[in-house]
Design a protein around this ligand. Structure first.
Ligand SMILES: [Mn+2]
Length: 435
């Protein structure tokens, strides 16, 4: 008969199973974490003021997503919450945004340690000024940890200690003194920054306790990541972190923020952008939004590994409708196109392509009726094919014109001939359709 004794100890997260044959370690979930990022409270485009709360309906969308995340952490016995940066839309959040953020951080911190990384949108524009998360440090709120500089944190959780190597948004002044930068070309400054970042991160990795799990949390663009809508904003400005920075045997998981599109950048160790919990604009129309929950597991041969799942949030849908409408039935065509789209509760934009002869048949009242179930109508553009001369004489405001019409006007104004303009506009149209 086999003599079997189970010993379950939770103070290190280890579960040991003793058998007559000796000690055997059962690999089970040792620690559970939740990772989210890029909350950007304060984005209120496509919203209006809700009379009962006084808040923007879009702010309420973002807060609903945040609440779902907090509920998940509290209901599913998560041991650690990692926020990978960009709490607010900008560096000067209103007291209302601060309050709504603080309420939820407090609710979390009463039960689970919360780690807050400073992102580029959280940083002040001058030295000596506070970043948006600094108040939590200043007040020393229990169970809340804030990282502004690269550093190693050891955080006690109910299942033992976990380490976080923090790489917040990196600016030149993080690593270089003014006199070191003077007179040097940008490329040289960037090389120096990267070298120092590598040294700092490497030293912190060496310092980390190999018996404890280590998460690297960074707010940055990491090499190989694909951009969402922020592409144009970020190109040429960002320091791109190489993936080698994360490939260290002690690193079990990389929790990233900054790029809003959820993705895994490398698999071993998993280095993951959780993505943002709500859509910022139409550039993110097709992206799934959510957050990540994962497990840190002690490995048989020593060290720690992580597995993770993406949890999709039920976010505000964004819907673009493009319709080609000509002839006497132009209105019916448009209304039918609207009906084919799931516009209920969505932020909707409508692009109508038509010609001058069909335009009188377009009935705006019926179109508005059809689009009424939408949560918010962001735009109703009408692009009309006309003779160049007519368009130039038009008295309508610039904001009423579609991007293609504006482009056409620009070409006219710089003296391109009609044939050439048609070709250029066709190319522009193809490029726009690609997005
Ligand atoms: Mn960012």
């Amino acid at each position: 008969m086999i003599d079997r004794t189970f010993t379950l100890t939770y103070n290190g997260g280890t579960s040991a199973c003793l058998t007559s044959g000796g000690t055997e370690e059962i690999l089970m979930t040792d620690m559970r974490f939740l990772h989210f990022a890029d909350l950007h409270l304060g984005i209120e485009n496509y919203g209006r003021t809700d009379p009962s709360t006084g808040l923007s309906t879009r702010l309420m969308d973002f807060l609903r997503a945040f609440d779902t995340i907090v509920d998940h952490a509290l209901n599913e016995d998560v041991d650690l919450v990692v926020f990978a940066g960009d709490a607010f839309k900008n560096r000067d959040p209103s007291p209302t945004y601060e309050r709504e953020f603080a309420k939820r951080i407090r609710r979390l911190a009463e039960h689970v340690p919360v780690f807050l990384l400073v992102g580029n949108h959280d940083l002040p524009n001058a030295q000596g000024r506070a970043h948006t998360l600094e108040i939590y440090q200043t007040l020393e709120i229990p169970n809340v940890y804030v990282a502004r500089k690269p550093d190693l944190f050891t955080i006690p959780t109910k299942r033992g200690n976990v380490q976080i190597l923090a790489v917040p948004w990196v600016v030149r002044s993080t690593f270089l003194r003014r006199d070191e930068m003077r007179g040097r070309p940008l490329s040289e400054i960037e090389t120096m920054m990267m070298e120092r970042l590598f040294t700092v991160v490497h030293n912190l990795q060496e310092k980390a306790d190999p018996d404890l799990p280590l998460i690297m949390a960074a707010h940055a663009t990491v090499q190989g990541a694909t951009y969402g809508s922020e592409r144009s904003v970020m190109l040429g400005q960002d320091l791109v972190l190489p993936t080698s920075l994360f490939r260290h045997p002690k690193v079990a998981y990389g929790a990233l923020g900054h790029i809003h599109k959820h993705q895994q950048v490398i698999a071993d160790p998993p280095v993951v952008y959780s993505g943002s919990p709500e859509r910022i604009d139409f550039g993110e129309e097709k992206e799934e939004k959510g957050y990540v929950v994962g497990n840190l597991r002690r490995q048989r041969g020593g060290g720690w590994a992580a597995d993770w799942d993406f949890v999709r949030l039920n976010t505000r849908p964004f819907v673009t409708i493009r319709v080609e409408a000509r002839g006497e039935l132009a209105t019916e065509t448009i209304v039918e196109a609207i009906r084919r789209h799931p516009i209920e509760d969505a932020v909707v934009r409508l692009f109508i392509h038509t010609d001058a002869e069909s335009e009188p048949y377009i009935d705006n009242r019926r179109i508005r009726e059809a689009i009424e179930p939408a949560f918010y109508v962001a735009a109703m553009h009408r692009e009309v094919e006309r003779e160049v001369r007519l368009r130039l004489g038009g008295g309508e405001g610039v904001e009423a014109l579609s991007p293609l019409e504006l482009l056409r006007r620009y070409f006219v104004s710089i003296g391109k001939d009609d044939g050439r303009i048609d070709v250029l506009v066709r190319y522009a149209e193809a490029l726009m359709a690609e997005e």
